[in-house]
Design a protein around this ligand. Structure first.
Ligand SMILES: Nc1nc2c(ncn2[C@@H]2O[C@H](COP(=O)(O)OP(=O)(O)OP(=O)(O)O)[C@@H](O)[C@H]2O)c(=O)[nH]1
Ligand SMILES: [Mg+2]
Length: 379
């Protein structure tokens, strides 16, 4: 297995890319629009320059090229004309679709899953996150294995190269499986060590900041702790959990800044994503942060709530949750939105601006109030 195809760190930087999306009949326009915006951000997060976005309405996926023949031709001409290096597909492509489209476009083709995996890989800081993401990458490559050989063909290429035999693909498959097993064992070991660390921290009140990516979790963490957590206007600035000790009104808390949530998270990443969220299980208070200015904020809330359900995290007497609507400094129709939000989500909510520190005192007050019961138990 050739390593360079496993982890490509700088492939996107300053590269001209296009985005290709299909509106399948069961999807609505709005949903695809949100996905495209998200993919656009994701590509920029990786340092790419998005030159154009192609969208096609399709009834059925084309088994060879996902989108239709005519559209493929149109995009191909554009790629040649503008010297596009990478085409990013919003949908996840099968290995043969990836291979076929790459051959037609004569440019690199990646799908949404690959882009997300690349971002996670680029941003992972701790050994734990790196191992988790490597594991997800290997699983991804295993699912795309036959396609990998198009790269290898190009590299070994030239006259006389007849392509891989079944046995060579099988060897690669075996090597990847061995790596997957090694990484899984390594993760089990780190999990045990982390569990011990968590046990040692049990006597302190715990808060987890959670929410969709880019909503301002790390910014709020900074405000709450004056710590210097990595803050950036890019998706997935944080792919690990950072824990800080803070003091509010003489009470000590451990606050965790967790990885950002995203809809359609690649299944290869789900396990690693969830394990970085383990901190939440032992939290006394969950602060669910929401970007009030995002059109899709209701969907983002549902996405977070679904993951909480998957993690079997139940909100109750011992574990409280507060919804914090952030970025009110940028909100034009705040009163209308507030009215709608109160009606929909009841009153366990608060409106803040982490950047302008609006209502942070009120949030501090709520944090103390909501954790009062847990504090009694700890004593
Ligand atoms: N206008 C405005 N921008 C904010 C506010 N809070 C955060 N931001 C900006 O939103 C962007 C994302 O902030 P982060 O704190 O990195 O968001 P995050 O939720 O930690 O993101 P990930 O770790 O990538 O999931 C940054 O550009 C922040 O400056 C706010 O209250 N108002
Ligand atoms: Mg962050």
């Amino acid at each position: 297995m050739n390593k360079i195809y496993m982890f490509e760190k700088n492939d996107y930087i300053k590269q001209k890319v296009i985005i290709v999306a299909a509106i399948l009949k069961f999807k609505n326009q709005e949903q695809v629009k949100n996905e495209i915006n998200e993919l656009n951000y994701l590509a920029q997060t990786l340092g790419a320059k998005v030159i154009k976005i192609f969208v096609q309405n399709i009834k059925n996926k084309n088994p060879r090229t996902f989108i239709g023949k005519g559209k493929i031709e149109e995009i191909k001409k554009f790629i040649i004309l503008k010297k596009i290096k990478i085409a990013i597909f919003n949908e996840n492509l099968s290995p043969s679709q990836l291979k076929n489209i790459e051959q037609l476009f004569k440019s690199k083709v990646v799908d949404r899953t690959k882009v997300i995996l690349d971002i996670f890989y680029k941003r992972a800081k701790t050994s734990y996150a790196k191992t988790q993401i490597k594991l997800a990458q290997y699983k991804y490559y295993l699912s795309k294995l036959p396609k990998l050989w198009t790269h290898l063909e190009k590299q070994r290429g030239g006259i006389g190269f007849r392509g891989p035999g079944e046995s060579e693909i099988e060897t690669d498959r075996r090597n990847i499986r061995t790596s997957i097993n090694k990484l899984t064992n390594k993760i089990k070991l780190i999990d045990k060590q982390m569990e011990t660390q968590r046990k040692h921290r049990k006597h302190i009140l715990r808060i987890s900041l959670l929410g969709y990516t880019n909503v301002g979790k790390s910014t709020l963490m900074n405000v709450l702790s004056n710590a210097n957590v990595y803050v950036e206007n890019k998706f997935f600035s944080t792919v690990d959990t950072t824990v800080r000790k803070i003091k509010i009104r003489n009470k000590i808390f451990l606050v965790s800044d967790t990885v950002g949530f995203i809809t359609n998270l690649p299944h290869q990443l789900r396990t690693s994503f969830k394990s970085t969220l383990y901190e939440m299980k032992e939290s006394d208070l969950l602060i669910h942060l929401i970007d009030i200015n995002k059109n899709s904020f209701i969907k983002d809330i549902t996405c977070v709530e679904n993951i909480l359900l998957e993690l079997c995290i139940k909100i109750g007497t011992n574990k409280k949750l507060i919804k914090v609507f952030n970025k009110i400094d940028k909100c034009n129709n705040l009163n209308t939105k507030k009215y709608f939000i109160y009606k929909k989500y009841g009153n366990k909510i608060i409106f803040v601006s982490a950047i302008k520190t609006h209502n942070i005192e009120l949030l501090n007050q709520k944090i103390c109030y909501l954790t009062a019961y847990s504090e009694l138990i700890l004593r």
